[in-house]
Ligand binder design. Structure first.
Ligand SMILES: *Cc1c(COP(=O)(O)O)cnc(C)c1O
Length: 391
């Protein structure tokens, strides 16, 4: 088999999707599956559809176009504000988009009119994370503008937290979103179809049992793909965190001195944390054919007895407690950042796998299976080494 490769367990992704869909629909919340970290892989989108995920969210129109070309007809929401230069493409292939700019709404309306289509609009509200969103005081005016264009359909309002400043969903900001939805409905005498509370970082708030108010929709990526919530990288109970594994091949394996020698300057890339100085006796070192061009090395989780000690464009350097052979394969778990970059690398093969025995393959066995049917609990053991920002 060729390396490096991403092994993608579709059965585990199916389990995560079905489990989250069931738990959230019991709270009256629908899911849009956000496939961006998988680069909109059609096999994953199809797996989610089979598990009952009824719509897909993607930030890039190119990905939506590729999914359409792959024959996928699921409703698609563009979850990033459309570029003015792309409104025609957005109206042609996406059913709806997240919006925060009047100028973009006018351009979408013109393009939709031109194409004889009606384009759905989810107005994004700024509630503290300081990424996208209309300030609450300006929401009514932007809703009015949307309603004035018959080629636009105001689907609802939404917010996005957790991505820029790690701001958590809480009773205050979620209640504010509900209240804004109520106020718009009163003001314009209409019913909003969607009140979209956020992304995977909303799950701890829901799991704590707070009343969800008007929130009836979440856009979920990381929880579906990696079984984790982003704010603490905690595993979500009953979900698979290992649907993805990255396999790389050893191209050099030697016992080498524990310390470099010669005069030192900067390295090609920012240094990774080095092994403590007292561990400087000769060590089993191996080079893997995998590099910063392919993956975020800080987001890789090696097998027991293997440590990542450095990376450059095309090499990953590891130390091991046991001898490694040239040609051997090593497996790594991935966090969101590592997955996003691995999916983007043209050098990594994607291998979709379907387990033979779905029932026997659930995480945590029978007890957890029963527990997860009832609660949206958080399991805080098993924490991933966090890497850089994301979202
Ligand atoms: C990426 C993104 C999401 C999904 O975020 P996850 O944390 O992966 O669930 C949802 N909404 C928007 C606007 C996004 O950009």
């Amino acid at each position: 088999m060729s390396a490096p490769r991403l092994e993608i367990r579709l059965d585990r992704l199916h389990h995560n999707a079905r489990s989250l869909r069931r738990q959230l629909s019991a709270r009256g919340i629908a899911i849009t599956g956000v496939s961006k970290a998988s680069l909109g892989l059609p096999e994953i989108v199809r797996t989610w559809a089979a598990a009952g995920i009824a719509s897909i969210g993607e930030p890039r129109i190119e990905t939506i176009e590729a999914l359409r070309a792959a024959g996928i007809s699921t409703p698609m929401l563009l979850i990033r504000s459309p570029m003015l230069s792309q409104v025609r493409r957005v109206v042609a292939e996406a059913n709806s988009s997240c919006n925060s700019e009047p100028q973009v709404l006018r351009a979408l309306a013109a393009a939709a009119l031109d194409q004889n289509r009606r384009h759905g609009v989810l107005l994004m509200v700024e509630l503290g994370d300081l990424r996208e969103g209309i300030l609450p005081a300006d929401l009514e005016a932007v809703a009015q503008l949307t309603l004035e264009h018959p080629a636009l359909k105001l689907l609802g309002i939404g917010t996005n937290l957790g991505c820029q400043h790690g701001i958590a969903a809480d009773q205050r900001n979620m209640a504010e979103l509900s209240e804004l939805a109520n106020a718009l409905e009163r003001r314009f005498d209409l019913r909003l179809e969607l009140v979209s509370g956020g992304n995977s970082s909303n799950l701890p708030w829901l799991a704590a049992g707070h009343p969800s108010g008007r929130i009836n929709h979440l856009r979920l990526g990381e929880a579906l793909l990696l079984g984790r919530e982003p704010l603490s990288r905690s595993a979500l109970s009953g979900l698979h965190t290992d649907a993805f594994a990255l396999v790389a091949e050893v191209i050099e394996a030697k016992v080498k001195p524990g310390q470099p020698w010669g005069q030192r300057g900067l390295t090609s890339f920012a240094a990774l944390p080095q092994a403590p100085c007292e561990l400087r006796h000769p060590r089993q070192r191996a080079l893997l054919a995998l590099g910063i061009q392919d993956v975020d090395p800080a987001g890789l989780q090696p097998q027991a007895g293997v440590r990542i000690v450095g990376a450059s464009s095309d090499h990953l350097v590891v130390e091991a407690d046991h001898p490694l052979a040239v040609g051997a394969e090593l497996r790594f778990g991935l966090d969101y950042s590592a997955l996003l970059r691995a999916m983007t690398s043209p050098f990594i093969e994607r291998l979709c796998l379907q387990g033979d025995n779905l029932e026997g393959d659930r995480p945590g066995g029978e007890a957890r299976r029963r527990a997860s049917a009832q609660t949206l609990g958080l399991r805080v053991a098993d924490r991933f080494s966090p890497s850089g920002s994301r979202g």
